[in-house]
Design a protein around this ligand. Structure first.
Ligand code: APR
Ligand code: PHB
Length: 389
């Protein structure tokens, strides 16, 4: 079998890239290790920057998002019994859209199926060959049968645990990593959100976040120990802890109910350089991870897809490799800024085990400055709504 672009991984990065390419007549094959149900079962952040919304529009996948997504013009930040709002609209003229990543992925699958794009599920033992030359190919197995896919380019969209990044020789690859000494315990519940906007709360007992999917579905998080046993976090214990960490008015207004999903996620910052090796291009979680504070994971994947898609278009339509040659540099320039913002927001809002009193004072001063300075707020809002591509 032959295609123009072999896409490893059918998460949001791979599917969005495939759809954008399909719209301009560039063929691709998506190879996904899991089933579609498994991919859609993953619950991830749901805050979309304008750049991602525009890409989804360009991919012809934004109709439902435009109907069902919620425009958010600001967020609330709470600390030390104080609360202030970052007014995105006033500070930046922009907004974000709240629409679950699961919904984005569902829409991308529907579009791929409607356009007859090829996607193979339950693909095993993917190996990328010849990426450093002119004739790359991918071998894999489905149901015990061996296959080979020849292609012009390979897009490594297979997430943090995929094979693509590891295909880049260690001598060429540098990885930067920071693991945070805590995790997020998250629940999804069929209850109305406590506030129309997201609340990021820094409390003595640790961080908490009130988020949502729609008017009847809420997503809440509390900072926890990564080693915590999920079984020991009853729904009641979760709600009690959340109430202690959020502003009193929100705690009083909170509507609780049974969780329909509950999980603990570790927090990590990670970047792999370069993001290109010959004809292999890494996109999204395959190349970088951010801690979830600020919801930059999916949005950073989207900016990679933008740079790769424009590079591939330029190659096929204008026979110009400039965009592909610059891919790694352009993608990484934006990735590092998103890494910085996610690291800053995480470091400012969480309690660190054994935190020195001085460091605690610095956090408090950081938040007090943010509360009082329009310039500081504008800088945070600019990052939150998304830096330009
Ligand atoms: N072969 C084929 N597919 C693979 C392989 C492999 N060896 N390894 C992993 N995959 C698949 C995974 O099953 C998954 O569906 O690649 C996909 C990668 O998807 P994600 O991990 O979701 O990564 P990405 O598409 O880059 O999405 C961006 O943004 O909000 C963040 O982390 C969040 O998933 C989100 C990401
Ligand atoms: C979420 O809704 O899951 C979410 C929102 C904002 C974040 C992280 C997660 O910063």
């Amino acid at each position: 079998m032959r295609t123009q672009v072999a896409i490893i991984g059918g998460g949001p990065s791979g599917l969005l890239l495939g759809q954008l390419l399909a719209r301009c007549g560039i063929e691709s094959v998506v190879l996904e290790r899991q089933t579609k149900a498994y991919v859609l079962g993953r619950i991830r952040a749901g805050v979309l920057e304008r750049g991602l919304v525009e890409l989804l529009r360009e991919a012809g996948c934004a109709a439902r998002l435009e109907r069902e997504g919620f425009v958010h013009d600001g967020v609330l930040i709470a600390y030390d019994n104080k609360q202030f709002r970052l007014d995105f609209k006033e500070l930046t003229g922009e907004h974000v859209t709240v629409y679950g990543q699961t919904e984005v992925t569902t829409d991308l699958y529907a579009a791929r199926e409607a356009s007859g794009g090829v996607i193979h599920y339950e693909v095993e033992d993917v190996v990328i060959e010849g990426a450093e030359g002119d004739a790359p190919f991918v071998t894999y197995r489905i149901g015990g049968k061996n296959h080979r896919l020849d292609c012009d380019f390979v897009a490594g969209c297979d997430g943090f645990h995929g094979v693509s990044r590891k295909t880049i020789p260690e001598a060429v690859r540098t990885e930067y990593e920071k693991v945070y000494p805590f995790g997020w315990l998250g629940i999804l519940s069929e209850t109305p959100p406590v506030d129309p906007e997201l609340i990021y709360a820094c409390s003595e007992r640790g961080f908490a976040l009130c988020s949502m999917r729609n008017e009847a579905l809420s997503r809440y998080y509390v900072q926890c120990d990564v080693a915590d046993d999920l079984e020991e976090w009853s729904d009641q214990a979760f709600w009690d802890e959340l109430r202690r960490r959020i502003p009193a008015a929100a705690a009083d207004a909170l509507v609780t109910g049974p969780s329909i999903e509950k999980s603990i996620a570790p927090l990590r910052s990670f970047v792999c350089e370069p993001m290109r090796w010959g004809r292999l291009f890494l996109c999204g979680d395959a190349a970088h991870i951010v801690p979830p504070t600020g919801a930059k994971g999916l949005n950073t994947a989207a900016s990679d897809v933008h740079y790769l898609y424009t590079g591939l278009r330029q190659f096929y339509e204008e026979k110009d490799a400039e965009g592909l040659d610059q891919y790694s540099e352009r993608a990484l320039a934006r990735v590092w800024k998103a890494e910085r913002f996610s690291w800053w927001f995480t470091s400012t809002m969480h309690r660190f085990p054994g935190q020195a009193d001085f460091d605690l004072k610095m956090q408090q001063a950081e938040l007090a400055f943010l509360r009082s300075s329009r310039d500081a707020q504008a800088a945070v809002a600019t990052n939150y709504v998304g830096l330009p591509y």
